[in-house]
Ligand binder design. Structure first.
Ligand code: T3D
Length: 266
């Protein structure tokens, strides 16, 4: 049964261990296609990860053989399905905003096909690592729709305008290997090594100075809207803030003592 999940059936798993929150899209029988309750649960999971002071990095992945096949197309046929613009404004856009706006880094562990809004979710992660055999497809055109959930903004910035146009207009399917070649993912690993590879990346991020990482993400996000002078000024402002953190002092002390730093996020 691949239709919309019943509201009581959880479709998102959130597990927190060792400063890492792992969020799993969990409707494997429907390739983790997104239903209304699932989108609501995903937003709540992201907000929990953001708010939990024990969490320093987030991993987003899919259960089963897919990362996410995008919008649940069965649900679109339901008589009470919201108009598309409303669905985006009410449910998809808050997820994209939460992912890009949150202070904590998100590692996408792309375990299989990422299609439609599923590809958009992958693009909204800060870093992506893919399993061999994973694919990315802006499958929107095939159902007569426009790429959404931030894809038209994020993809050109990740891979350049020309590649983005090819992927968006032709609907080209990007293999994990091609994704690596065009810089869409950081690494491609055997499927059975994906969890460990994503976790290793998240552990490195979780060991970093949280304030500096948050401000770095802010600066990278803002860079797209600023000219060079604006970026220099923002760096100066953010560096002032980072420089006042206890973690900056700890970083220097650790360097002097030739030991690894112990960042507390203060
Ligand atoms: O609210 C709004 O609509 C606005 C937002 C729109 C954003 C979007 O995401 S639009 C794009 C929606 N996604 C797609 O068009 C992709 C549809 N799926 C596929 O093209 C293929 O399933 C895949 C290429 C992803 C994988 O193909 P394959 O051959 O490996 O698997 P399959 O046999 O097609 O799918 C397996 C099952 O998952 C199947 O169910 P069944 O027959 O075994 O009961 C299939 O129906 C189900 N499934 C896959 N994708 C979706 C889905 N069920 C509902 N919605 C899906 N998107």
């Amino acid at each position: 049964m691949t239709g919309a999940a019943t509201p009581t059936e959880p479709t998102i798993r959130l597990e927190v261990a060792d400063a890492i929150a792992t969020i799993t899209l969990d409707r494997p029988a429907a390739l983790n296609a997104l239903t209304v309750p699932m989108k609501q649960e995903l937003l709540v999971a992201l907000q929990r990860g953001e708010r939990d002071s024990a969490v320093r990095a987030i991993v987003l992945t899919g259960a089963g053989r897919a990362f996410c096949a995008g919008q649940d197309l069965h649900e679109r046929l339901e008589p009470d399905a919201a108009p598309l613009g409303e669905e985006l404004r009410e449910r998809y856009n808050p997820i994209a905003r939460a992912m890009r706006g949150m202070a904590k880094p998100i590692v996408g562990a792309i375990n299989g096909v990422a299609a439609g809004a599923g590809a958009s979710l992958a693009f909204a992660c800060d870093i992506r690592v893919a399993a061999e055999g994973a694919t990315f497809a802006l499958a929107f055109g095939r159902v007569g729709l426009v790429p959404d959930t931030g894809a038209t903004w994020l993809l050109p910035r990740l891979v350049g305008a020309s590649r983005a146009a090819e992927i968006a207009l032709l609907g080209s399917v990007v293999s994990a290997e091609d994704a690596l070649a065009i810089g869409l993912v950081t690494a491609v690993v055997p499927a059975d090594a994906l969890g460990a590879a994503a976790r290793e990346m998240a552990v490195k991020l979780a060991a970093g100075a949280p304030i500096a990482l948050a401000l770095t993400k802010q600066a990278l996000n803002a860079a797209w809207e600023r000219d060079f002078e604006g970026a220099l000024e923002l760096e100066a402002e953010l560096q002032d803030r980072a420089g006042r953190s206890a973690d900056h002092a700890e970083g220097i002390a650790a360097f002097m003592a030739k030991r690894p730093p112990r960042f507390t996020g203060e």
